[in-house]
Design a protein around this ligand. Structure first.
Ligand SMILES: [Zn+2]
Length: 293
């Protein structure tokens, strides 16, 4: 799966949101489906782990999302994911090769099928276009509380918002989702990558010995959605430089996942309003940051 294709999928999602008149949060995937004459229904999934499906019939297109999804944010993400299969080039053809219906497991946890990953990226672009995400991040505090504001504005789950925040953050931010002793996935902001030489964490990697790993040793922390904050370094997490970071940790509940947000707050003050200006700032700080400590 090329990164380029995922970027294209995300941009297509952003484009569809704007074409349907959404230039502020929240973007409503249900009304986009309605505008396209796509019928959306909630149903019993019947198959475990399935978040929804899209049906291409002779008389039209239908989207179904699973009734056992409790979170409104994840329902919206699921419908947006199915819209990805409708709007993304090649998806209907790929699906129709085997059957007129495609079952999805939305939500960035399945890295196996290319159309699933693309549809997830489409959904995150549709619900959280880059420009709106940046606007939201500018007006909020850095780190987990900024991600919570974004989740509220965009009406998306905390995890989906954290991933988008890391992709768009104008300051060094890393987001890691873990389960037990292992990394489920991680995203680093562009300026975080410039902190220095970093070892990337991949799906299935052992979590480094960090406060997150300690937190995960107690399942009640995760299940009861407890929250804690510790100090850490880029060295401890990524075998990178000795840069101090805040490690904010929150349990995500019954599925057993934990969200960790790493930020370096002292590097994020006085960001300019203009994106270009701010990008220049980040770039001019980065060498000092990487070598000056
Ligand atoms: Zn799918």
């Amino acid at each position: 799966m090329s990164k380029f294709r995922l970027t294209l999928a995300r941009r297509r999602g952003e484009q569809i949101a704007f074409q349907h008149g959404f230039d502020r949060f929240p973007v409503n995937p249900f009304s986009i489906a309605e505008n396209e004459d796509i019928l959306v229904e909630a149903k019993e999934p019947g198959v475990e782990g399935v978040s929804g499906c899209i049906v291409f019939n002779d008389d039209g297109v239908g989207i179904i999302y699973a009734t056992d999804i409790r979170s409104e944010g994840f329902r919206r993400f699921t419908v947006a994911h199915e819209l990805g299969h409708y709007f993304l080039d090649g998806h209907p053809e790929e699906i129709l090769k085997t059957a007129p219906v495609h079952f999805s497991r939305a939500g960035f946890t399945q890295g196996d099928s290319s159309i699933e990953v693309e549809a997830d990226h489409f959904a995150s672009g549709l619900l959280m276009p880059s420009r709106l995400v940046r606007e939201s991040l500018y007006t909020a505090s850095v780190g987990l509380s900024g991600i919570r504001c974004l989740a509220q504005d965009a009406e998306c789950s905390l995890t989906a918002s954290a991933i988008r925040a890391a992709e768009c953050a104008p300051y060094p931010m890393a987001v890691i989702v873990s389960r037990g002793e292992h990394v489920a996935y991680g995203f680093l902001s562009e300026s975080f990558k410039k902190l220095g030489r970093l070892r990337f964490l991949r799906k299935g990697d052992l979590l480094p010995e960090t406060a997150t790993r300690t937190f995960n040793r107690s399942p009640a922390n995760v299940r009861d959605r407890r929250e804690t904050c510790e100090e850490t370094t880029a060295e401890r997490w990524f075998a990178g430089p000795q840069v101090a970071l805040d490690e904010e940790i929150v349990g995500l509940g019954r599925y057993g996942f934990t969200l960790t947000v790493l930020t370096a707050e002292n590097l994020t003050e006085d960001l300019g309003e203009e994106e270009d200006e701010e990008q220049k700032l980040v770039e001019s700080w980065t060498p000092k940051f990487a070598y000056g400590r």
